[in-house]
Design a protein around this ligand. Structure first.
Ligand SMILES: Nc1nc2c(ncn2[C@@H]2O[C@H](COP(=O)(O)OP(=O)(O)O)[C@@H](O)[C@H]2O)c(=O)[nH]1
Ligand SMILES: [Mg+2]
Length: 461
């Protein structure tokens, strides 16, 4: 890492840390992880037989001074060939509340220190095993609530986003070098660097960065889920649709109008997008205080919705719902004609500028896959579907850094074109843009970034 100074300032010392790496509580197996220069010396006091060779799992007895604590599978990793880059001992103990805790306590009494949240991953970054984007990807994988987030995080962990950013950073440094060459050797035989060539290279970089930036809205949805609000008059069949889409009963379905007092939310993972389905209360005017609260809740969800399903059995219901939704939300509206097993829908809202309209029967499960497909298409058309090899930006930090790089590049472009700025000054914009990308990957100015990234981690990761 080029930020060696920052790294050594941050290193919390060379002490040996220990933590339970698995979730606490009852379970077949728990993993206790020990990392640091004294890891082997500390663990050897408790483990017999000591594993003969690194990286091979060995069945051992774990004891403290007075008694056996567990039979455990022990694996050792010799620095730098470990997750953290330190000497590491991984002890797979039996799970539950007592055994793993007693093992951690024994290791602490022999000189290990209880790890802080995210400290193992932090060490991996400081030891150059991972960059910051990869460390964030570990957090994202652990927190993933959908398969889409899982694959985005995994490709970020593989270094996809880092490689892209490093390549873009290299382009900027190359560009800066071209200009420096022009500055330093204006009378060279090759002649001055053609300004056109520099302009073209700069606009290629801007295009590439903007393509990456354009993945941010989709990345945000992949990370946080798309809010899909189900709206419509009481009794239209909203809760039945919600349940049918979820595939199991969660809302109370009833024949009395106005029973859904609160908004209910559940996530449907389609593989492409996590959909946060929200069953809103009816849009009916009412004097019932509790029901009104439900309506306010639904209004709040409608305001935040990415897509609204306007459900109705008839023309009036669809018109009223679409009008009420449009007053609160700019989201795409899909018209849903409900109870298609009972009702033949002659009115399909073609005059209402809907994203699309389709008929469903929650009762028979008819039209549900088509509805999911419409929701997915609508999200892709409003938020973009990240395609192919392009990595996806999932965090505000990523978006801000790249937006900064684009802004600096634009300053460079205009200064260069209009020759208002001397080349030396113009190249400062290039360097600032390159630095924004470097900070994003985590190769310079690491200390601030590290604090922000690791503050949300759990202990033992
Ligand atoms: N036949 C039929 N009845 C439905 C269908 N969907 C809902 N219903 C009935 O319509 C009534 C109101 O449904 P509900 O989902 O509670 O409506 P909400 O007030 O909009 O949430 C209930 O009696 C449901 O059984 C459907 O697809 N077919
Ligand atoms: Mg309902």
């Amino acid at each position: 890492m080029s930020g060696g100074g920052a790294a050594s300032r941050l290193a919390v010392g060379d002490d040996t840390i220990v933590a339970l790496a698995t979730a606490p509580g009852r379970g077949a197996i728990a993993v206790v992880r020990l990392s640091g220069s004294d890891a082997f010396r500390i663990a050897e006091r408790h483990i017999a037989p000591w594993p003969l060779s690194p990286r091979s799992a060995e069945l051992c007895e774990f004891s403290d001074e007075s008694r056996r604590l567990d039979q455990a599978i022990v694996t050792t990793f010799v620095a730098p060939m470990s997750f953290t880059g330190d000497d590491v001992v991984e002890i797979s103990t039996h799970g539950g509340n007592v055994v793993p805790a007693s093992i951690v306590a024994a290791l602490v009494s022999s000189g290990a220190r209880q790890a802080l949240p995210g400290e193992f991953t932090r060490r991996a970054v400081l030891n150059g095993k991972l960059d910051i984007l990869q460390a964030e990807a570990i957090g994202d994988l652990i927190d993933a609530r959908s398969r889409a987030m899982q694959s985005v995080a995994l490709s970020q962990l593989d270094g996809g986003l880092s490689r892209r950013l490093v390549a873009l950073r290299d382009d900027l440094i190359h560009l800066e070098a071209l200009i420096a060459y022009d500055i330093d050797f204006p009378e060279e035989d090759d002649g001055p660097i053609v300004p056109r060539r520099i302009e073209e290279a700069a606009s290629r970089s801007v295009d590439a960065l903007e393509a990456l930036l354009a993945t941010a809205p989709a990345g945000e949805i992949i990370r946080d889920g798309a809010v899909i609000a189900i709206a419509g008059p009481p009794n239209a069949g909203k809760s039945s649709l919600f349940n049918a889409l979820l595939g199991h009963s969660r809302a109370i379905v009833t024949e009395l109008p106005g029973t859904t007092r609160d908004a209910l939310e559940a996530v449907v993972d389609t593989g492409r997008w996590p959909l946060r389905l929200v069953d809103t209360a009816g849009l009916r005017e009412t004097d019932d205080r509790i029901e009104k609260l439900g309506i306010e809740m639904s209004n709040r969800y409608l305001t935040a919705a990415h897509v609204v399903l306007a459900c109705a059995e008839d023309e009036r219901g669809l018109r009223d719902t679409v009008a009420a939704v449009r007053a609160l939300s700019g989201a795409a509206v899909i018209g849903v004609g409900t109870k298609s097993d009972l009702v033949s829908h002659s009115y399909q809202g073609t005059d209402l500028e809907l994203y699309s309209w389709l008929a469903v029967s929650a009762e028979l499960g008819r039209g549900l896959p088509e509805l999911i497909a419409e929701i997915e298409q609508s999200l892709a058309s409003s938020h973009g579907r990240p395609g192919g090899d392009l990595p996806v930006l999932t965090r505000t930090r990523h978006r801000q850094a790249i937006a900064l790089a684009v802004a600096e590049l634009r300053l460079f472009q205009s200064g260069w074109k209009e020759e208002r700025l001397p080349a030396t000054v113009a190249s400062v914009h290039l360097r600032t843009a390159a630095a924004a990308l470097e900070e994003l990957v985590g190769s310079i100015d690491v200390d601030d970034v590290l604090d922000r990234v690791f503050s949300s981690f759990c202990v033992g990761k």
